[in-house]
Design a protein around this ligand. Structure first.
Ligand SMILES: [Zn+2]
Length: 323
């Protein structure tokens, strides 16, 4: 017996290849189907493996609870948050989700940006003590904090951030761990060999995946080491090698890539080879992702909460992983 909104019911609407039985089924109709109960319960693991196997359109249904999940797992620790989190965890467990991991850095004017200047300035327009409510006006640089690069960022007429389909923004996560190499080499790059080594251990990179570089660099976000600029201003941090994205473009069907550093290219890059190879092909990238180290190499499903400002080249993004 399933509870309202359970994963089992969503699973029951999937074809064997993981796609929805009817492509026109959206969140609304699936939500409606949640109202019914069901008794056949494929395991949660099977369900998530189904997603990781390439059922991205199906995960549209997850939108029905992903916002609630993010709210419930907010890292603040006030009594209200704490009890929200407890209640949220119970609700998620009933839906077959063991945990939600926030892959987003908190953002303020001190957050390091690629260019070195602040990525946000804020003005308080109303204060609760005077006005009975709080409102801020923010001026935000598009590519600051944990954020998404849309295809338009490095192309003349690629998709803007509002044009990226939601099916592309829910992705099985493939995590490539190069932390050991990055400890001794700040210029370390994720290469095709790293991708092949991952596949040897975990199987073929699933369709629609997000391939994420875990270099451990997110731990430096509060220090100069995050940009790691030398005396000449050249930065040194890990990123993707252009040959790795060429391999993904030519041989795999991947939606996006992600890094825990300031750029898809490694810091020393002067030509943005990875940006120019990847984004114009209709792909997206995530930069300054946090907490990848807490996730397994495979099995998580990424929810990319990209902004939808019309014509934007990217922007602040709440990224969460479901396990
Ligand atoms: Zn960017």
């Amino acid at each position: 017996m399933c509870v309202e909104g359970c994963m089992t019911h969503v699973r029951s609407r999937l074809n064997s290849d993981g796609s929805l039985e009817n492509k026109n089924i959206g969140t609304a109709s699936i939500s409606k189907s949640f109202a019914k109960s069901c008794d056949n319960s494929p395991s949660r693991r099977n369900f998530l493996q189904g997603l990781a196997g390439g059922s991205l359109s199906a995960v549209l249904a997850m939108g029905a609870f992903s916002s609630r999940s993010a709210l419930a797992m907010e890292s603040g620790d006030s009594p209200d948050n704490s009890s929200n989190r407890r209640r949220g965890k119970k609700r998620l467990l009933r839906r077959g989700i063991r945990s939600v991991v926030d892959l987003t850095h908190s953002f303020d004017s001190s957050f390091p940006t690629f260019g070195g200047s602040s990525g946000i300035s804020s003005k308080k327009l109303a204060d609760f003590s005077k006005n009975g409510y709080n409102v801020y006006e923010h001026k935000i640089f598009e590519h600051a904090g944990t954020h998404i690069d849309a295809p338009l960022h490095f192309s003349q007429d690629g998709a803007s951030v509002d044009e990226i389909s939601v099916e592309q923004l829910v992705a099985p996560l493939v995590k490539i761990d190069i932390r050991e190499r990055a400890t001794t080499d700040s210029d370390a790059q994720l290469t095709p060999d790293d991708l092949r080594a991952w596949e040897k251990k975990h199987g073929k990179i699933p369709k629609g995946a997000c391939v994420a570089l875990d270099s451990g660099w997110d731990s430096f976000v509060g220090s100069k080491k995050f940009r790691n600029a030398d005396k000449k201003g050249v930065m040194h941090f890990p990123g993707f090698h252009v040959d790795a994205v060429a391999f993904l473009l030519e041989s795999r069907d991947v939606s996006g890539i992600a890094v825990d550093t300031l750029s898809l290219d490694y810091g020393r890059s002067q030509d943005f080879a990875v940006h120019y190879a990847w984004l114009p092909r209709g792909k997206w990238g995530l930069e300054c992702v946090a907490n990848l180290s807490s996730l397994p190499a495979k099995g998580a499903v990424l929810i990319v909460g990209a902004p939808k400002w019309r014509g934007g080249s990217g922007g602040l993004t709440r990224v969460t992983a479901l396990l």
